[in-house]
Design a protein around this ligand. Structure first.
Ligand SMILES: [Zn+2]
Length: 503
């Protein structure tokens, strides 16, 4: 039998006995992969290579957190705001009161200027030259209070800058976590309500939704128009940023009182149903905050309640942005599982404490089976949690078959960018070109863009039948019906061009 099988293999030219090195020139893909292998030990060379590499989607990026301290100082100065010299937070005028200085002109006062930049960011933390008196997690989350007062009047400009940065990193799609003024105000109205009866609270909020959603949509119309004007979109000389698609994940704040969180979530589900720019709902803010810890299970129950009433709304949830010692160990045991199994999350933000979950192997298997993608934020995890290198669970997820994407989280606060996230994936996580290309493709495959995927099953596998030949007229017609696949087809062309570059 064995001889017969071997003979058959020889006749068919298949099987290990016939394996040999491929003849002829390398494909562009293989040549590109070989080049990355060659430069993998050189961060400067990697930086140049990875900056040019098309990176598909950034699925975890927060409006506001994506912007730089310098921008906030500029906006504060333009609005006549002040800096409190004890905390270096932006505060309202008058600026000649004791303990305050004007934001305008601060660049001529370097000591104060530098302290403000540090208060709005985690500058220097990874290099070991940041503030030694404050932890990464405390500094990181305090920045939002520090610069927040300068954000509200500059949202359109902030978003334009975020798209410019995405274009510089060759990102084609951003799913931006974002709040809405109307959702915030609706939440405040309900802050003191009783959150123990979801149905009753839902009935109280429902009549307020129509107006709040309309107000938020009008705000986003304005932000987008402002952003498009800044980037010159629709003019003869548009910036590359205009080519970056943007969608939003409405993001509730998990550190607010329960009924306020419920109202924000309810608003988010209604907004996502009403406005296709909002492709899903998220919940954020420090997961180790005492309120967030106390209410975690309650929040998952709220989301499950709302998901049952709005089943088409997709969820990406921050879960497991924790590590041993940051909270009592018992609070590391269930956040990711509950986000998946109770709330119905399609993607998980961070997922760092996966190994501390009860029965982690079964959870990993479930996430692999159901294709629950994990948004990995390497710089953010290093700065906030001190988790990096071999301690990071990225390789564990990949080995378990759980899809992963690389994302920036708050690139302005952490003063990183997507290229740097990919660089870390090579230098700290040992990923190579084929791994990165898979992640790039998954950044669109697991996005919440509407429409069918270009890929039948796994990104990078077989394409849908209509697009077996990409240039066929039938493919063009099919792509026209799917914004997701249109974006994916564009990415494939960009990858092809990138791989064809001389090395
Ligand atoms: Zn985040």
């Amino acid at each position: 039998m064995r001889v017969a099988a071997l003979l058959m293999a020889l006749i068919l030219g298949a099987g290990p006995v016939m394996a040999r090195a491929p003849v002829g020139p390398l494909s562009n893909e293989a040549r590109t992969a070989a080049y990355l292998d060659h430069i993998a030990d050189s961060p400067p060379r990697l930086r140049i290579f990875l900056q040019a590499m098309p990176k598909g989607g950034d699925l975890h990026n927060h409006a506001g957190g994506a912007n730089f301290a310098e921008d906030y100082l500029r906006w504060a100065a333009a609005d006549g705001l002040c800096i409190a010299t004890d905390s270096y937070h932006i505060v309202d005028p008058p600026c000649d009161a004791p303990g305050r200085i004007a934001a305008a002109g601060l660049e001529r006062d370097y000591p104060h200027y530098s302290r403000a930049i540090d208060a709005f960011s985690t500058r220097g933390f990874e290099a070991g030259v940041g503030d030694p008196m404050v932890s990464g997690y405390d500094r990181f989350f305090a920045t939002f209070d520090a610069f927040g007062a300068a954000y509200g009047r500059h949202v359109g400009e902030a978003m334009a800058l975020t798209r410019q940065q995405a274009a510089a990193d060759h990102i084609s799609y951003v799913e931006l976590g974002s709040g809405a003024r109307a959702g915030w105000l609706l939440g405040l109205k309900m802050a003191d309500a009783d959150a123990s009866d979801f149905a009753a609270l839902y009935a109280r909020i429902a009549p307020l939704l129509l107006e709040a959603v309309a107000s938020a949509r009008a705000d986003y119309d304005r932000y987008e128009a402002e952003g498009a004007a800044i980037d010159g979109c629709g003019t003869a000389t548009p910036r590359p940023a205009c080519g970056v698609e943007i969608r939003y994940l409405y993001t509730a704040i998990r550190t607010n009182p329960p009924a306020q969180v419920f109202a924000q979530l309810t608003f988010g589900f209604a907004l996502a149903e009403a406005d296709p720019r909002f492709v899903g709902v998220n919940i954020a803010a420090p997961e180790h905050d005492p309120v967030a810890v106390r209410d975690y299970a309650l929040h998952m129950a709220m989301i499950a309640f709302l998901k049952a009433r709005h089943p088409t709304v997709k969820l990406s949830l921050h879960a497991g942005e924790l590590t041993l010692g940051l909270v009592p160990s018992r609070d590391l045991a269930f956040h990711i599982r509950d986000a998946v199994e109770i709330a119905g999350a399609r993607r998980i933000g961070h997922g760092i404490d996966i190994t501390y979950e009860t029965d982690a192997p079964s959870l990993l298997a479930r996430m692999a089976r159901d294709r629950i993608a994990v948004e990995i934020n390497l710089t953010s995890n290093a700065v906030i949690l001190g988790v990096k290198g071999r301690d990071h669970p990225l390789s564990l997820y990949r080995a378990a078959g759980v899809p992963v994407v690389l994302s920036t989280d708050d690139e302005g606060v952490s003063r990183s960018d997507m290229t740097n996230e990919y660089l870390r994936a090579v230098t700290e996580q040992g990923l190579r070109y084929a791994d990165l290309k898979q992640i790039v493709r998954d950044g669109l495959h697991y996005s919440f863009l509407p429409g069918a995927s270009l890929w039948q099953d796994r990104a990078g596998g077989a394409r849908v039948a209509a697009c077996a030949i990409m240039d066929a007229p039938g493919c063009k017609a099919w792509l026209a019906g799917s914004p997701k696949a249109t974006s994916q087809a564009k990415l494939e062309r960009e990858l092809e061009a990138f791989e064809a570059m001389p090395r």
